[in-house]
Design a binder for this molecule. Structure first.
Ligand code: MIC
Ligand code: SF4
Length: 750
């Protein structure tokens, strides 16, 4: 597939260039060479028009694949139309170190792993067993290729941008479209260019570039945009450093991020056994980069342009509770004091899909070595989650784990673990206020260990390691000294690392299961009393009438990420069981009217109760409800449970100030009406016991506002207008009850 791709690339790009008759950026080249139908591309407007694409590949991880595949099973296909893979990484609990944790994961999650493995076998999907590693790391090591396009049911899919791919996070229903051979639709992204000048040095690493960018653009600044990095600074970064930056582009809401093909990518491809791809990509180098005119006059061609001098960039620490609160290390002392963040650091954690490269591990190990040389040991706990078995193997072989052990380091399984609340941390149930620092990407409340009072900070692996050694959030390794075991003031020398393993990656048992050539005989078993898996039932079609008198379920206040809407950690075990997981709906969201989580008014009983019980009460009384929210609603992950749960619980509409891209699409696909206030201040008009009408639905059409009537309890009615971003196809999803219903209908009629 990849060979054919490169053989056709020059021709395709030249045709695109002929039609545009202007220089093109790298993402434009990739997007337009992956169109589903050859439409009139020149007239397409960025940020306005929806375009149909044909991605080359699909990746799914176990926590989202369950729903994606349960939906795919309903679509009536025999095999996936596009190469796809499933990765078992999210469900492994970190507790006592890799060997023990793997043993218990295989027992507790057996039913789910067996289900995923058999579905993969039946439908021709590659299956990566538990222990093989985290989806994005495996994709980078095995499947990503420059110039390609892929989608993945995980928001950090853009990690593959480090190898020059347009890689986009989506909900499972989008993956189902592509697996059934249909087009995949996306609003044509706008383009942000970031020019990196200079070269990293000392304690600063690629992670600090994205931590800085997150501070500049905030959690919603990249919404609807592809971020393209270029410049001498970009070329000087390793391929895996580039991947870290693209990975965390999810934290600014970017559709994806990307770097042009260069020597660092060639080196990585060679090292990971993909010489042939490197040779083909080399031949196509100019098609795998933006045209030179873009670099000389970026503001002419891009929607936004930013320059960063990485030679002067300081290491950053972002957090707590949000990944865009960026503080350079030299200002940490002042910020910690001002905000009264707990100074003592209980744990430092490195690894995850974001920062598990050989370079990361070797630089963190260098910090440890330098600290041991001056007789320092670690004050905080220190944990390592390798991104893949490949990385684990070489890190162990090359002696890095030995070094980590010397400061009490513990290696967890090759899995998400503490990055997604899957950390069975001693004492976390006591909800004590404490600080941890990690090199993962997100730090929303409860996400590390389930404790809402854990202040999680994000930094590079080398800074995390240095801080874990010092035990203090305020430690600046560039300037500060520490007291060693001999009572002397000492400094930790700057880390040095290696981009790639000098002894190569070596041969390992990688945990891959090739699907059967013909899977028609494979049976998929779901036990009828299973608590973890449940076949789906199609949602009902829209009945053709306006919504009237729908009680407000909850008006969420402030940040409402998918972690607030459908929490991970404990709840991950119900990812294949819609009915059971619906018991976590909005339990993390703050109720505007009492500032409490999971306590809302039941308009039927006039009593306060949890969000899921009130929603279930409305559902069983046969009434729908409405949810309201503020900015960037549903930011964070791709989990479509955050959209399927409200649909299952009979929530008819979600009205917010603004949506995060993936969550809005997920809601639309499941048939929940997504609206935004045309006047954001109208959010404040919604009262706790309002009944809400949504009218003119019969005239629901692209670009036409809908009317929302707030029926206040005193009999007063307030009319407000709401915008929507539906196109014709998406309106058809709404009318059919879900996008999947529409696929099923079209399959039946053919
Ligand atoms: C995350 O980082 O939040 C997750 C867990 O990987 C999610 C997917 C999920 O909820 O299963 C994501 O980023 O999409
Ligand atoms: Fe796993 Fe964390 Fe990466 Fe999500 S961000 S894929 S939870 S390691």
């Amino acid at each position: 597939m990849v060979r054919t791709f490169y053989n056709e690339l020059a021709d395709k790009i030249n045709k695109i260039k002929d039609s545009f008759n202007r220089p093109l950026t790298l993402s434009e080249k990739i997007l337009y060479s992956h169109l589903y139908n050859n439409k009139n591309i020149v007239s397409l407007r960025r940020g306005v028009d929806y375009v149909d694409f044909a991605p080359d590949r699909i990746a799914m991880q176990d926590a989202t694949a369950q729903m994606a595949l349960l939906q795919f099973m309903m679509a009536g296909e025999n095999r996936t139309s596009v190469p796809a893979s499933v990765h078992c990484d999210h469900l492994i609990m970190a507790k006592s170190g890799a060997p023990e944790d793997m043993k218990s994961a295989l027992i507790t999650n057996r039913e789910v792993y067996d289900f995923l493995s058999s579905v993969c076998n039946k439908y021709g999907i590659g299956f990566w067993r538990p222990g093989a590693g985290i989806i994005h790391q495996i994709i980078l090591e095995n499947y990503a290729f420059p110039g390609g396009m892929m989608i993945g049911t995980d928001s950090h899919t853009p990690n593959a941008g480090g190898l020059g791919m347009v890689a986009i996070g989506v909900g499972g229903a989008d993956a189902v479209d592509v697996m059934t051979g249909m087009e995949w639709e996306l609003k044509l992204p706008k383009l942000i260019g970031i020019k990196l000048n200079g070269k990293l040095n000392g304690w600063t690493s690629a992670k600090d570039i994205i931590l800085k960018v997150a501070g500049l653009l905030t959690v919603s600044g990249g919404t609807g945009c592809i971020v393209e990095y270029f410049g001498e600074g970009a070329e000087s970064l390793s391929c895996t450093g580039k991947a870290t930056i693209c990975n965390m582009g999810a934290e600014i809401g970017a559709t994806c991020s990307i770097f042009g093909y260069d020597d660092s990518m060639a080196r990585y491809l060679f090292a990971t056994g993909r010489k042939e791809i490197a040779v083909l990509a080399d031949k196509n180098r100019k098609h795998l980069n933006s045209d030179p005119e873009i670099f000389s006059d970026p503001t002419k061609y891009l929607d936004r342009f930013i320059e960063i001098n990485i030679s002067d960039l300081e290491p950053h620490i972002n957090g707590p509770f949000t990944p865009d609160l960026a503080t350079p290390v030299s200002r940490m002392k002042a910020e910690v004091e001002k905000n009264k963040w707990p100074v003592k650091v209980d744990a430092g954690l490195i690894g995850s899909c974001t920062n598990s490269s050989y370079e990361d591990i070797s630089r963190a190990a260098s910090v440890v070595k330098n600290a041991l040389n001056v007789r320092l040991t670690a004050k905080s706990e220190f944990k390592i989650t390798p991104g893949s078995e490949q990385i684990r193997y070489i890190a162990e072989r090359d002696g890095y784990f030995k070094l980590f052990e010397k400061i009490g380091g513990e290696v967890f399984a090759n899995a998400c673990g503490p990055c997604i609340g899957q950390w069975d941390r001693k004492g976390s149930d006591q909800n004590l206020v404490n600080t941890v620092i990690h090199s993962f990407n997100r730090n929303f409340a409860k996400r590390t260990d389930g404790n809402p009072n854990t202040h999680a900070f994000v930094a590079s692996p080398e800074i995390v390691t240095a801080i874990a050694i010092s035990g203090k959030l305020t430690f600046n390794p560039i300037t500060d000294t520490l007291l060693n075991s001999e009572g002397k003031e000492v400094k930790i020398a700057e880390p040095v690392g290696l981009e790639l393993p000098p002894q190569g990656f070596g041969k390992i048992e990688n945990g891959y299961q090739e699907p059967e050539k013909n899977g028609s005989d494979v049976d998929i078993i779901i036990a009828s009393d299973s608590e973890r898996l449940q076949p789906l039932k199609p949602f009902k079609e829209w009945d053709g009438s306006d919504f009237s008198n729908l009680p407000l379920l909850i008006k969420a206040k402030g940040k409402c990420t998918t972690d607030h809407i459908s929490m991970a950690g404990f709840w991950l075990k119900y990812r294949g069981h819609l009915e059971n997981i619906s018991d976590n709906y909005m339990i993390g969201a703050v109720n505007y009217f009492n500032d409490k989580t999971n306590l809302i008014l039941n308009q039927l009983t006039h009593k306060y109760d949890t969000v899921p019980s009130v929603a279930r009460a409305y559902k069983s009384a046969g009434i729908g409800s409405v949810v309201a929210g503020e900015e960037n609603f549903g930011e964070g992950s791709s989990r479509e449970h955050a959209a399927m749960e409200p649909r299952y619980l009979n929530v008819k509409a979600v009205i917010v100030k603004s949506f995060a891209r993936i969550h809005e699409t997920n809601l639309k696909k499941q048939g929940v009406l997504t609206l935004t206030f045309s006047n954001k201040e109208d959010y404040y008009k919604i009262k706790e016991n309002d009944k809400i009408d949504i009218t003119v639905l019969k005239e629901f059409s692209p670009g036409k506002q809908l009317t929302v009537v707030l029926n206040h309890p005193d009999g007063e009615k307030e009319k407000i207008t709401a915008n929507h971003s539906y196109n014709e196809t998406q309106i058809a999803w709404f009318k059919a009850g879900s996008a999947l219903n529409l696929i099923r209908k079209s399959k039946k009629s053919t």
